[in-house]
Design a protein around this ligand. Structure first.
Ligand code: CDP
Length: 149
């Protein structure tokens, strides 16, 4: 049985075998620079297009969450970021669990570009509420406000 479980894990079939404990994890990046937070406007799926999110995506099999944050920010923003800890609690989403990681730009990083989004915006604490966030991200606004000056 153990061997079967390990094989299934390797094949990425964990949810069927092990249940919710191994739910898919999506990381979201609270990238803060100069006292403001980077918000990104989604292009897909249609139901979420135009809503704002913290950039991120699915953690790959065997990948560290912090490494996934670095990879996603490189892919989606063309930026080099340094993760610096979790923010808030796990948030349930349709795809599994969303975990927010704080991050800062590494010295010498290119400025973030909307390579995968329709727009980027640096927002201050007082501007957070007004953006139409995707639902899961809205749930972390309280913690985000506390992380901003
Ligand atoms: O393409 P990939 O699976 O890597 O990532 P994604 O499509 O950006 O995100 C996977 C799921 O997480 C989607 O259902 C998103 O709506 C959700 N998500 C979210 O709720 N908030 C974020 N900041 C990022 C993703």
């Amino acid at each position: 049985l153990l061997r079967g479980v390990l094989t299934a894990r390797a094949a990425g079939l964990t949810s069927a075998v092990a249940g919710a404990a191994d739910a898919r994890v999506v990381v979201a990046t609270a990238l803060i620079d100069d006292g403001r937070l980077l918000a990104a406007r989604r292009t897909r799926p249609e139901a979420l297009a135009g809503r704002w999110e913290l950039p991120g995506g699915s953690v790959e099999a065997g990948e560290d969450e912090a490494d996934a944050v670095v990879r996603e920010c490189k892919e989606e923003l063309g930026a080099d970021v340094e993760p610096c800890g979790r923010l808030g609690t796990d948030l349930p989403i349709d795809a599994g669990l969303l975990r927010v990681h704080l991050a800062r730009l590494r010295p010498g990083s290119a400025p973030p570009q909307p390579l995968d989004h329709s727009a980027l915006r640096w927002v201050s604490a007082s501007e957070l509420d007004a953006l139409p966030w995707v639902d899961a991200d809205r749930a972390v606004l309280h913690d985000l406000r506390a992380a901003l000056p």
